[in-house]
Design a protein around this ligand. Structure first.
Ligand SMILES: Nc1ncnc2c1ncn2[C@@H]1O[C@H](COP(=O)(O)OP(=O)(O)O)[C@@H](O)[C@H]1O
Ligand SMILES: [Mg+2]
Length: 286
């Protein structure tokens, strides 16, 4: 008598039980109708949902290559959302608009000028209806976590803060909501170099605790190599995804690691690669 085979599970299901955190399938965005301007062209990638490890993806590309467009498509913010062609999926579902699973930090310190640091950090919790005592308690915890002083800074208004401090507020008000995906559009672009390095360290520390997936747009190859697990390289306009490069995770403070020969070697190799890709991309134009 033969015994029936046990039911089998396809290996793909075993390997990846959850849908990707973010997936682009042949995404093109044109502004201004059919004959309009193509901002990004045929972009395809996936960021898998790995247990206990959110991936840190850095997006590098020249001005106008569509970096913000990609971030805003993930965020579901118009007019970048919806895509003209292709699919933008978050956790396996098409993005329909903004959602609590995604938080955004911009370059231009997006705090409310008429709210104190405490009320800025507590804002999202207030929107969620959390009682005042509870949300202030949590906000103070986050003010402390991002390296601001609950005594000296909590009652200040944004105009009383330096750029670095304002970006700490912006990070606190986003991370306090524990988004699964953190979208950061050149958040450190306006900071002086030493503040920038400190903010990179802070971000890595918070990200490791948070296990979120991060998309981080930057012009700086050093910043991308330091922060990223993976670097997306975009072509100049219309933005196409030319390359995805995996880089080692940071294991030392930014100011130490970024002057080491092994680190600089990766930076220079990526710089050469970008020049090469740009040249061959231009040569391929009609
Ligand atoms: N709302 C819009 N209407 C028309 N063109 C836009 C709009 N938003 C962006 N663009 C254009 O799309 C291209 C990509 O923009 P963007 O994603 O902001 O680039 P990046 O962030 O890489 O500098 C740019 O040429 C920009 O001018
Ligand atoms: Mg931009």
């Amino acid at each position: 008598m033969s015994t029936p085979n046990p039911p089998t599970t396809p290996s793909s299901v075993l390997a990846s039980p959850k849908p990707p955190v973010v997936e682009f399938r042949n995404v093109t965005k044109r502004f201004g109708g059919k004959a309009g301007f193509t901002a990004i062209k045929d972009i395809t990638f996936r960021v898998d949902d790995r247990p206990d490890h959110g991936e840190f993806v850095c997006v590098l590309g020249p001005s106008g290559s569509g970096k913000s467009t990609i971030l805003r498509l993930i965020a579901g913010l118009s007019p970048q959302h919806p895509p003209t062609e292709g699919d933008v999926l978050v956790s396996g579902r098409p993005v329909m608009g903004p959602g609590a699973d995604r938080g955004m930090v911009f370059q231009d310190y997006t705090s409310f000028d008429n709210r104190t640091v405490l009320d800025n950090v507590a804002f999202g919790l207030e929107c969620r209806g959390m009682p005042v005592k509870e949300r202030y308690e949590l906000a103070r915890h986050w003010i402390d976590k991002v390296g601001l002083s609950t005594k000296q800074d909590a009652d200040k208004y944004p105009h009383e803060l330096s750029g670095g401090m304002r970006q700490r507020v912006a990070i606190a008000r986003t991370l306090i909501l524990h988004p699964k995906i953190i979208l950061m559009d050149e958040p450190f672009g306006a900071l002086d170099p030493s503040t920038r390095l400190k903010m990179q360290d802070l971000l890595i520390q918070l990200w490791r605790e948070n296990e979120a997936t991060v998309f981080f747009v930057t012009h700086s190859i050093e910043e991308a190599v330091y922060l990223g697990d993976r670097i997306f390289i975009l072509s100049s306009s219309p933005g196409m995804l030319l390359e995805q490069i995996e880089v080692p995770a940071p294991d030392r403070p930014a100011k130490d690691m970024q002057k080491e020969a092994a680190f600089l070697d990766i930076v220079f190799r990526i710089r050469d690669m970008i020049e090469h890709l740009e040249a061959s991309n231009r040569a391929g134009d009609d």
